[in-house]
Design a protein around this ligand. Structure first.
Ligand code: KG4
Ligand code: ZN
Length: 356
């Protein structure tokens, strides 16, 4: 039987592709735990002029970036174009890709590239849920995570409070009823004229304020649904910002940004704490692009310390979209479920496993 048909090439390397939104990324892991290559090309500059991701531009950028990035990752991992290490000691034995949720065009680029490599190299293909991949960012950096853990997954499209009993075993306890946390940061930043992407712009504007300005011009937005269950709502907070700015045009954008950020963090941390108490969590874990926010990382860590729980905070590069987390999730999925069929298509509206 040919190598392509048998799909049994042995080796300890797994290559994965991430292309769900505006980052094209390729990573190679050894034994599911050791990152031997991880490259990310961000399209932020491309979309900045439009104040948000333009799907068609993103698709084209992924198309032109994917081959150079694959080349670069293979080179960094010391592999040839057949996915074999040049010293003959190892080989890529599986290829994974994010297949949803995300933008259809960008997803198709990564999924098609991964399937092509799977066929060419004669190795299994594994489709990965992008949201589940975010959970593997912390696990990859700290494999001894204590369970049960509460994971706060906050990205541009999702806000989820997840009870994680073990890798692959999850229950969703809370989600947003309207905007996602990252979406709220992006919309508020756009309204305040702070630029794109909104999360880092708001963090930077708020961080640049002197402590004098912070206390003198103190503005406070009531954290939305603070005492109300485990679900989130950010659309009202965004409206409160707009109404405040209309009524107080003299107050600087930085002061308003700081107040918005404080309110959003307060509700994210308080609900995470409530969920941790409810499930008697041993630890707390941050995931997703908004988890790159410095004040959120700080306040969450302090809350965890006070409540006797370890807080796992992935490095900033592992919070935002990358392929190392996708490779770690692919390694786990391959082990538990086996390969995905090559018929698996891109799934733009894919939900978190077991949710919705
Ligand atoms: O996980 P991610 O890279 O992509 C998605 O899967 O959505 O998250 C992107 C989101 C954007 O909304 C961005 O504004 C937000 O994460 N973000 C931040 C920060 N860095 C990225 N939000 C707040 N503070 C940051 N430093
Ligand atoms: Zn993401």
């Amino acid at each position: 039987m040919s190598e392509i048909a048998s799909k049994t090439r042995s080796g300890n390397l797994l290559l994965a592709i991430e292309s769900s939104c505006d980052e094209t990324a390729v990573a190679i892991l050894r034994s599911g735990t050791q990152t031997v290559a991880s490259v990310v090309a961000s399209q932020i500059d491309l979309h900045r002029a439009y104040g948000g991701v333009v799907p068609e531009l993103a698709s084209r950028a992924h198309l032109s970036l994917i081959i150079p990035l694959l080349d670069q990752a293979l080179k960094e991992a010391g592999c040839d174009h057949f996915g074999r290490s040049r010293d003959g000691s190892d080989a890529i034995s599986a290829v994974g890709a994010t297949y949803g949720p995300g933008l259809i065009g960008p997803l198709l680029v990564g999924v098609s590239a991964a399937k092509s490599l799977s066929l060419a190299w004669g190795v299994p293909f594994v489709g990965v849920n992008h949201l589940e991949a975010h959970l593997y960012a912390a696990l990859l950096e700290d494999p001894d995570m204590k369970f049960p853990a509460v994971v706060l997954l906050v990205s541009g499209g999702h806000t989820l409070l997840i009870s994680m009993q073990a890798p692959g075993r999850y229950s969703v306890f809370g989600s947003t009823v309207d905007d996602a946390a990252g979406e709220a940061f992006d919309k508020v930043a756009r309204y305040l004229g702070l630029g794109y992407p909104g999360g880092p712009a708001i963090e930077q504007a708020a961080g640049a304020l002197s402590s004098d300005a912070r206390t003198k011009d103190r503005v406070r937005f009531t954290p939305p649904m603070l005492n109300d269950g485990l679900d989130f709502s950010f659309s009202g907070l965004k409206t409160a910002v707009v109404q405040y700015v209309d009524a107080h045009p003299e107050v600087s954008s930085a002061v308003v940004a700081a107040a918005f950020q404080e309110s959003a963090i307060e509700v994210l941390v308080k609900k995470t704490k409530r969920c941790a108490e409810l499930i008697s969590a041993r630890s707390i874990c941050l995931a997703g692009g908004v988890a790159a926010n410095g004040p959120l990382r700080e306040v969450m860590t302090q809350m965890g310390e006070r409540s006797g729980r370890r807080v796992y905070v992935p490095s900033r590069a592992m919070c935002t979209d990358n392929a190392a987390m996708v490779a770690a999730a692919a390694h786990y999925r391959l082990f538990v479920d086996g390969p995905s069929p090559l018929e698996l298509g891109a799934a733009p509206n894919l939900a978190f496993p077991g949710h919705g």
